[in-house]
Design a protein around this ligand. Structure first.
Ligand code: MG
Length: 380
């Protein structure tokens, strides 16, 4: 599995030019953070960073990551990221502190390489396997009455034509305490009844339970034919999560807060989870995420990416799902964005439960030039 994780991913075949990075900047317009890379010849790549994290972690991007890339050849991105991890003892910041700023830089550089080679991100990252992505809608509610939540889920599914929904169970990192007494036990049968037997249902307890309670809730989900149970136990408690996965038939999903490639390898090899969910931003970008996907798929497990990024995160999900061999049946769709942009090759709307993957070069979207002009360069 280590061999699979270490294989090169970037496909730059036939492109021999050196791509010297002249600048790598973090821009801010309101609450939106964007990363922009430029070459000496004036080529450009842009990505939308994880706003919530960069608001706090921008000094790491500006002081540690951007300067490292100046003068380097963007084509060497894969080996540069290995070097960056060791550079200035950056590895001591492993976790969101390093990975969210690294993801911002990596995603801009990938956009640049895609534009220079006229390849979409999927084609740059191993080849597009599908151009339409089936999506689910997720509810972020907790603590509302079960009847209200069922209505909300029905409304969301109808609005997007989604064939799957995900909702929240438990109290979030709550040591078995529900957000409202009895809410989870009531919701599980109610949602199934409301959507009928064919609809795909997922639920996420965000680390709510110990083993005994996760088994109790998981068995109820099995009774009502749910399709996965996300983060049943504290997310870093791999032992407990494995105990639950071993004893339940329902697939266990997790990984949005895993920061180590080697721990993912361990979790996949020991079947701690059945659906592997690295987060693009929290895990350091497309390349690291795809290494997890390759390991998961090699073990016969789907890799369904988690998306912490608002902004254009749902576009990133489309690109990732386009090039992962087995991304699972549905990807999360967060199709709302305040960022003004255009996409010539996809409406990026959910139509009949599917979103079309952009096919243009790089990330395939053009952010409004005025929006970029109005942004200021972030200083440390
Ligand atoms: Mg989750």
């Amino acid at each position: 599995m280590a061999q699979i994780a270490n294989q090169p991913i970037l496909n730059l075949d036939g492109f021999d030019d050196t791509v010297t990075i002249a600048s790598l900047e973090l821009l801010r317009n309101g609450d939106t953070y964007l990363s922009r890379v430029r070459t000496e010849e004036g080529a450009e790549g842009i990505a939308v960073a994880n706003d919530a994290r960069l608001r706090e972690l921008y000094p790491i991007f500006v002081r540690r990551i951007a300067p490292f890339f100046i003068g380097k050849d963007a084509k060497q991105l894969e080996s540069l990221l290995v070097e960056l991890y060791r550079h200035s003892s950056n590895y001591k910041l492993q976790g969101i502190a390093l990975w969210a700023p690294q993801a911002a830089a990596e995603m801009a550089i990938l956009d640049l390489l895609g534009k220079l080679t006229n390849r979409s991100l999927g084609n740059l990252l191993g080849g597009v396997k599908r151009t339409k992505i089936q999506v689910y809608r997720a509810s972020s509610h907790r603590g509302n009455a079960p009847e209200e939540e069922v209505e909300y889920l029905k409304q969301q599914a109808a609005l997007y034509g989604a064939s799957a929904v995900k909702f929240r169970l438990g109290g979030r990192m709550s040591n078995n305490v529900d957000s409202l007494p009895g809410r989870s036990e009531a919701l599980i049968p109610m949602v199934r009844e409301a959507f009928g037997p064919e609809f795909t249902l997922y639920a996420d307890s965000n680390s709510s339970y110990d083993v005994a309670n996760a088994l109790r809730i998981g068995r109820l989900m099995e009774e009502y034919d749910y399709h996965f149970f996300e983060e049943p136990c504290p997310f870093d408690h791999l032992w407990e999560t494995k105990q639950v996965a071993d004893q339940l038939r329902i697939p266990i999903a997790g990984g949005e807060q895993e920061f180590s490639l080697r721990r993912f390898r361990w979790a996949i090899a020991h079947r701690v989870m059945d659906v592997i969910q690295p987060d693009l931003h929290y895990f350091g970008g497309y390349l690291r995420t795809l290494r997890v996907a390759r390991m998961a798929n090699a073990a016969g497990l789907p890799c369904t990416v988690h998306m912490s990024g608002s902004g254009l995160g749902y576009v990133d999900v489309c690109h990732l799902a386009s090039c992962i061999d087995d991304p699972g049946p549905h990807q999360e769709f967060k199709g709302e964005s305040d960022i003004p942009f255009q996409c010539a090759t996809s409406s990026l709307r959910c139509e009949d439960g599917f979103v079309q993957v952009p096919t243009g070069a790089g990330n395939g979207v053009t952010i409004d030039p005025d929006f970029l002009r109005e942004a200021s360069v972030v200083k440390a």
